[in-house]
Design a protein around this ligand. Structure first.
Ligand code: ATP
Ligand code: MG
Length: 284
């Protein structure tokens, strides 16, 4: 395209991730505002090839309103990659955990979050793309309360350990049980149902105000976390949650991947349908 990185002014840093930094930037001539993610170059050619695969995915996901739009990708001489994205002015769902919402988000709001993320996942899965890193910080929000999926593992791939023995580097607390199982991982593992598990944990976390597999305030250490994911019954919602929400979470958090509902199935789950018909709550 005709656009170059020098056409944009950096305004300020929006946040840091594992593999890079995200800036708020402004196009010099049009004044349009974007988010620019700079992913630092990686020395391993295999990792670099994976990054280019992820960049291809980004280019193919431009036409869903439930996926953060990627406007351009700039490859710099240094090997760094700059990804120009739609700017989401209300940050991520992670900020809702830290803000003044009394550490919990209403079911009506969660049903809306669920519907939007499920529409995004249904779009991706129908195009044979698994996201693999659904979590609150990868779900971005704007002032209209649109929720969009971002981050196709670009940064995660960047920092994956080169040591094959160190298989837990580059993993996330939102990983499903089958991703720890060498028999399923890489063979019939497709990642679609893993996205659903991650979504279930994400919605629970937003409701409870803390990561549901660990007691509130506990810092994740891998041994405890892996035990909680693989060897303990899936978590269930605390008292006070509705039957529909409880059932929805159960459909997401089946330990056996084949028993989890698909994104398309969950889009017509009573939790998503009923809660959104209930306009009495004014969260939206
Ligand atoms: P990870 O490295 O595991 O993806 P992360 O999601 O926190 O962790 P980044 O994806 O690098 O890290 O994003 C860093 C922060 O930048 C986010 O938490 C968010 O606050 C902000 N951010 C990212 N993309 C955008 C965007 N399109 N619009 C507005 N803010 C964004
Ligand atoms: Mg991210």
């Amino acid at each position: 395209g005709s656009s170059a990185l020098s056409d944009y002014d950096k305004l300020h840093v929006l946040g840091h991730g594992n593999g890079g930094t995200v800036y708020k930037v402004q196009h010099k001539r049009t004044s349009a505002v974007y988010a620019l993610k700079i992913v630092t170059s990686h020395p391993d050619p295999l990792v670099r090839r994976q990054i280019f695969r992820e960049m291809d995915i980004l280019r193919r996901t431009a036409d869903s309103p439930y996926v953060v739009r990627c406007h351009a990708i700039f490859e710099q001489p240094s090997g760094d990659i700059a990804i120009l994205m739609e700017y989401m002015d209300s940050g991520t769902l992670q900020t809702f955990l830290r803000s003044d919402h009394n550490n919990s988000v209403s079911e009506t709001m969660l049903a809306s979050v669920a519907r939007q993320v499920l529409r995004g996942l249904a779009f991706l899965h129908s195009r044979n793309i698994a996201h693999r890193d659904i979590k609150p910080s990868n779900l971005l929000v704007n002032a209209a309360m649109d929720v969009k999926i971002s981050d196709f593992g670009v940064s995660k791939v960047m920092c994956r350990s080169l040591d094959p023995c160190n298989s837990y580097v580059g993993t996330s607390a939102y990983m499903s049980p089958e991703r720890f199982d060498p028999d399923t991982y890489g063979s019939n593992y497709d990642g679609y149902s893993a996205d659903i598990w991650s979504l279930g944990l994400t919605l629970m976390e937003l409701y409870m105000g803390h990561f549901p597999l660990l007691p509130s305030g506990q810092r994740p250490d891998w041994a405890t976390l892996m035990c909680a994911i693989c060897f303990v019954d899936p978590p269930s919602l605390p008292e006070g949650a509705s039957d529909e929400f409880r059932s929805f979470i159960d459909c997401c958090l089946q330990k056996e991947a084949s028993k989890r509902w698909s994104a398309t199935q969950l889009l017509v789950h009573p939790f998503v349908l009923c809660k959104l018909e209930d306009k009495s709550e004014s969260a939206y």
